[in-house]
Design a protein around this ligand. Structure first.
Ligand SMILES: Nc1ncnc2c1ncn2[C@@H]1O[C@H](COP(=O)(O)OP(=O)(O)OP(=O)(O)O)[C@@H](O)[C@H]1O
Ligand SMILES: [Mg+2]
Length: 327
């Protein structure tokens, strides 16, 4: 592993009985970069974070962090990482400040150093007003921030953030994005898992998309979008019951449907001409159209074209439905 690589997994698999939580994933992150790990519910994101942070041994494959193997040198790995799990790990009855100081003491800092670092982080995360209140009185966004602050006590070179903005309101999300960008700007290497395409698009230098334990695409946000190709024509159909029919009428190899949003989308090679043609075909078939728009491909389109479903769908339950009977 080159000195520029902060962490790397090679062909990692994790099996639980018949469930293949991970099934041969490889990825690496350069120092100071943000790697986005993108995938729907059940894709294997948390499992990968657990492997990298030494909480789970892989069934197959290797994972290295800052030159140390998670399987043979877990203590060395732990000294290099901060982890913010998917569910907050703060003590609800202690204040924010006390939580941070306690974490500092766990890292064997002196009382004085732990206090100083806790004060710094409280400021950095804009929690001064709430610092002396028990965490159970914090809002979801504040809890997420104190949680992230906890993982930064020891200023680790690598941090793993498992869905740091899930459940946050739009403003807290932006604050979190800002914090993540600043961390990377300061040289920290970050693995960020998310179900949100716009988040990956905004933050990640590189993206690995996984679904059902396997890598289905990787690259920079731009290169992934370029794969989808031309602009997309998106048509919102008036009646849910006619969405499937509209799909047939519009046709084409890359036609996509989102039944929940009642939309059908298709590559718009041919621009306005194509738009007119599609509309008149739908009109002839008496299919009501609510709205129609042209847009540049987004990562959502990338995901759709790769998997045939949106990123927020639970792939594991879809799989379960297919194997009906078995859970
Ligand atoms: N301890 C376990 N025993 C059995 N199956 C497990 C276990 N942990 C995870 N799985 C399964 O492995 C798959 C991947 O789970 P994982 O938690 O890594 O997904 P995820 O991408 O983090 O999903 P989410 O977005 O919902 O957090 C799922 O199908 C899950 O049910
Ligand atoms: Mg998860």
């Amino acid at each position: 592993m080159s000195t520029e690589v902060a962490f790397e997994v090679k062909n990692v698999a994790k099996y639980y009985d018949k469930v293949k939580a991970l099934d041969g994933v490889s990825l690496q992150a350069q120092k100071g970069k943000i790697l986005g790990l993108l995938g729907p519910n059940g894709a294997g994101k948390t499992t990968l974070v657990k492997v990298l942070s030494t909480l789970l041994l892989p069934t197959k494959g290797t994972a290295m962090v800052m030159g140390h193997d998670v399987a043979t040198e877990p203590d060395k790995v732990r000294q290099q990482i901060g982890l913010t799990g998917q569910y907050a790990a703060v003590d609800e009855y202690l204040t924010g400040l006390e939580n941070l100081q306690m974490m500092g003491r766990l890292y064997r800092m002196s009382v004085k150093d732990a206090r100083q670092r806790a004060d710094e982080l409280i400021k950095q995360f804009d929690l001064e007003e709430a610092a002396k209140r028990p965490v159970k009185t914090y809002s979801g966004g504040m809890k997420r921030r104190i949680d992230l602050a906890m993982s930064l006590i020891a200023t680790p070179p690598v941090i793993f953030l498992d869905e740091p903005t899930t459940g946050l309101d739009p403003r807290s999300r932006l604050t979190m994005w800002d914090t993540v960008k600043k961390l990377a700007g300061g040289g920290t290497t970050i693995l960020l898992t998310t179900q949100y395409m716009d988040e990956a698009d905004n933050l990640a230098d590189n993206i690995v998309v996984i679904d059902r334990g396997k890598t289905i695409a990787e690259g920079t946000p731009d290169s992934l979008k370029a794969k989808v190709g031309s602009d997309r024509l998106e048509i919102v159909i008036g009646k849910k019951s006619t969405v499937e029919e509209a799909k047939k009428i519009i046709g084409g190899r890359d036609v996509q449907v989102d039944k929940d949003k009642q939309t059908v989308s298709v590559a718009s090679r041919g621009g306005v001409g194509k738009l007119k043609e599609v509309l008149s075909r739908l009109e002839r078939a008496n299919i009501e159209v609510d709205s129609i728009s042209l847009h540049r491909p987004t990562l959502d389109d990338v995901f759709m074209s790769l998997t045939g479903h949106t990123a927020t769908k639970d792939s594991s339950t879809e799989e379960a439905k297919k194997k009906k009977g078995k859970k």
